[in-house]
Design a protein around this ligand. Structure first.
Ligand code: GLN
Length: 242
């Protein structure tokens, strides 16, 4: 019996989707459907018109510099709608290249600075270091999170930015200040590819709960799932890579 419906806005999935990032959209969809929530995935890409209130969750994956160059120009046309939704509490998960374009700017090695849409009070600059490997962080909201990172961009938090978590192992935002990612309202940016959500079910359910709460105006308890496999994946990889 369908009681709730959610629309996932998949930002630039045709251009920004590397290292398994689409798996996050699949995980959100399945975990919602296993609770009889009807889910629609809406692809949003270059030239598409986006109005506030159309999406209940946003996902924005990682991508190479070339894709970021194309997306950076287009996302400016969607900035107001995305930011209005985020201010209302619509949750968003962004990974790596997507995260970078939600900050103030991304300065690649070659070519001009790519303006971001300033969801997060951060900025990113390309570096000679390739930060690649498994990453484990400690967070206030979700406990430990585990993923895989592969980036050369170094992201720096400005005064109003709150990090998603603290590095236990890996590089994170910039390999220097032990911070990883950024969280603002219910929007999250991070460097954790993998896919992130299948082995971090607590974060996946948090995104679903925030989405339902924002859309239906009430706290909606999600039915508990049998997360034996997900917990095994989380605990094994967290232990192994810490
Ligand atoms: N081009 C960006 C960097 O290397 C983002 C790469 C990615 O999304 N994995 O930092």
């Amino acid at each position: 019996m369908i009681t709730y419906q959610l629309t996932i806005g998949y930002l630039y999935g045709d251009l920004m989707n590397i290292y398994g990032d689409t798996g996050n959209v699949i995980a959100l969809k399945k975990r919602a459907e296993w609770r009889d929530i009807e889910v629609t995935i809406k692809q949003i890409s270059v030239g598409d018109h986006l109005k506030p209130g159309e999406m209940d969750i946003y996902f924005f994956g990682g991508g190479q510099d070339q894709s970021q160059d194309i997306v950076a120009k287009d996302i400016q046309t969607k900035a107001d709608a995305i930011k209005e939704d985020i201010e209302k509490g619509v949750p968003l998960l962004s990974i790596c290249g997507g995260y970078q374009l939600l900050g103030a700017y991304y300065q690649p090695f070659n070519g001009p600075k790519l303006e971001g849409i300033k969801v997060f009070d951060v900025y990113t600059e390309a570096s000679h270091d390739r930060m690649i490997g498994n990453i484990v962080i400690e967070t206030k909201e979700f406990g430990k999170l585990v993923g895989f990172e592969n980036h050369s961009g170094k992201t720096y938090l400005r005064k109003d930015a709150r990090p998603l978590g603290k590095i236990i192992s890996g590089f994170g935002n910039n390999g220097m200040d032990k911070s990883e990612g950024c969280i603002y309202n219910n929007a999250i940016g991070c460097y954790m590819h993998g896919s992130l959500l299948p082995k971090n079910p607590k974060l996946a359910d948090w995104l679903l709960e925030k989405s339902l709460e924002t859309k239906y105006g009430e706290k909606i308890e999600l039915k508990k799932l049998d997360d034996d496999l997900e917990d095994k994946a989380h605990n094994t990889s967290t232990k192994k890579f810490s």
